[in-house]
Design a protein around this ligand. Structure first.
Ligand code: NDP
Length: 446
């Protein structure tokens, strides 16, 4: 049996923890069943954003036809996938070499716990004083017949050819981002969502405008429709759903699971080592330590704490490593976390939505306006742009900011900085922003 001080499972946010432990002189191992690098770099945010880049250019090209542009761009999915590979392919080797050169022992395979402080990985039995669960997430099991006929986001990002039509089951981040990407390549995209409105954590008014923009881009959005099963007939997929009490069937060439993700920890046998698991993942305290077994820590999408977003996992990993090495002394402080849907146009948000502010009965004012006619949108002939900002009437603090439109994903960071620095809206308004930019419009939003 090989003995370690620390064993980390997962090479996304887990890599940082493993490196810090090894640098601090701990005998450290890391394990992954997939290529080294984690979801974000290999199968998520980064490759997705490469695809969004071209989709954005295609959308710009389309909306600027007759405005000085006259040649429609020709897109090549194959060429784009080749370009995408230049980002993802080098990562596993680089990541593993970086870990090894820091002194971390690397393992490949699926681990499971067999007894206290002991796990098995392939034929190896490993023992450690401390464990870090950084397994990430996987598509949620839907428990509906034929769910194996859906492809997941990983397979989508590997598609070598695009079909003529794709249906997305669930209307969240993945559906909207992928639907806009494929739609810009001429694919007929359909989103089937069971709630009244999709993207439920975003501002409802801006989501409505995004739906308009999506439909104008050719994306079909079907709401209040719960997918109950999938079957295959004559080479086509049949999506069986219930729409307000009635049975509905949709036929498509390809269907993608975009119905939520969950911590990828089910087969670890955590019950054998007394690590409690909640609905969202390993139950941890503010030190990122398991609430039931002090020898275990968890970060990223595998724990039950922060939002399942890459920079959140990154921050948790830093806090975790420090606590693991020096004893619990650093509590996680997420602050206000901005989040984006990389649709076309992108939708960005930080802080409270208006619905949340209403529920909390806060005393606030709402600045909400469509900005399609504003210079920053008009110069690119943007189809729909808008903002909504909530400001506390008493404290003059920004409670929430919501942006739809070009560069929303960048501009939202300025609101996040202001909110995290506890700036008053009037203080932010004093700033002279470089002009003309999307940021320079902030002074008119607050
Ligand atoms: P989301 O959780 O964003 O949305 C999934 C939606 O699908 C839910 O609203 C859900 O409804 C609905 N749904 C579930 N089952 C069905 C069904 N059978 N029929 C119809 N609708 C259904 O999930 P995604 O898969 O899009 O993304 C997973 C996670 O990945 C996100 O939470 C996010 O953290 C992360 N991500 C982040 C991105 C970013 O930051 N830009 C991009 C991509 C992913 P209900 O609410 O009723 O369950």
């Amino acid at each position: 049996m090989e003995k370690f001080d620390v064993i980390v499972i997962g090479t996304g946010s887990g890599s940082l923890v493993a490196k810090r432990c090894a640098k601090a002189g701990k005998k450290t191992a890391i394990i992954d069943s997939l290529p080294y690098g984690g979801t974000c770099a290999l199968r998520g945010c980064d490759p997705k954003k490469v695809l969004v880049g071209i989709a954005h250019i295609l959308a710009l090209n389309k909306q600027l036809q007759g405005k000085g542009l006259s040649t429609p761009a020709t897109a090549s999915w194959k060429g784009l996938m080749k370009f995408k590979k230049t980002f993802t392919e080098p990562i596993p080797g680089k990541r593993e070499n970086a870990l090894k050169s820091t002194g971390v022992t690397t393992y490949h395979g699926r681990a499971h716990f067999i007894s206290e402080n002991t796990l098995q990985i392939n034929e190896d039995i490993l023992h450690a004083e401390k464990f870090v669960i950084a397994n990430g997430a996987r598509p949620r099991k839907l428990s509906i017949p034929g769910e194996e006929l859906l492809i997941d986001s990983t397979a989508f990002l590997e598609l070598q050819e695009l079909p003529d039509e794709i249906l997305f089951v669930g209307g969240g981040y993945i559906a909207f981002e992928f639907a806009h990407i494929v739609s810009s390549f001429g694919v007929k995209a359909t989103i089937v969502h069971r709630g009244e409105g999709p993207l439920e954590n975003f501002d409802a008014d801006l989501v409505k405008l995004l739906l308009k923009a999506s439909e104008a881009a050719g994306i079909k959005i079907i709401l209040k429709t719960n997918v109950k099963g999938i079957s295959k007939e004559n080479g086509r997929l049949l999506i069986h759903a219930e729409q307000e009490g009635k049975e509905k069937t949709f036929s498509t060439q390809l269907a993608v699971h975009s119905a939520g993700r969950t911590a990828d920890i089910d087969d670890l046998s955590l019950e054998k080592v007394n690590v409690s698991v909640g609905k969202k993942g390993v139950e941890v305290n503010e030190y990122m330590q398991s609430v039931s077994n002090p020898d275990f820590y968890a970060c990223g999408d595998a724990n039950d704490k922060g939002l399942p977003l890459t920079p959140v996992g990154g921050k948790e990993a830093i806090v975790l490593a420090s606590n693991l090495l020096k004893g619990n002394h650093l509590k996680i402080d997420y602050g206000y976390i901005p989040s984006n849907v990389f649709s076309l146009p992108p939708l960005a948000s930080v802080g409270l939505t208006e619905d949340a502010a209403k529920i909390q009965k806060l005393n606030y004012k709402v600045n909400y306006e469509e900005t399609t006619g504003w210079f920053a949108s008009k110069r690119l002939n943007e189809p729909i742009t808008a903002f909504k900002v909530l400001i506390d009437n008493k404290t003059d603090r920004i409670l929430g900011a919501h942006l739809l439109g070009n560069n929303a994903e960048e501009t939202i960071n300025i609101f996040a900085v202001a909110m995290n620095a506890d700036l008053k809206a009037s203080q932010l308004k004093k700033t002279i922003f470089s002009y003309p930019t999307n940021a320079s419009d902030i002074v008119y939003m607050i």
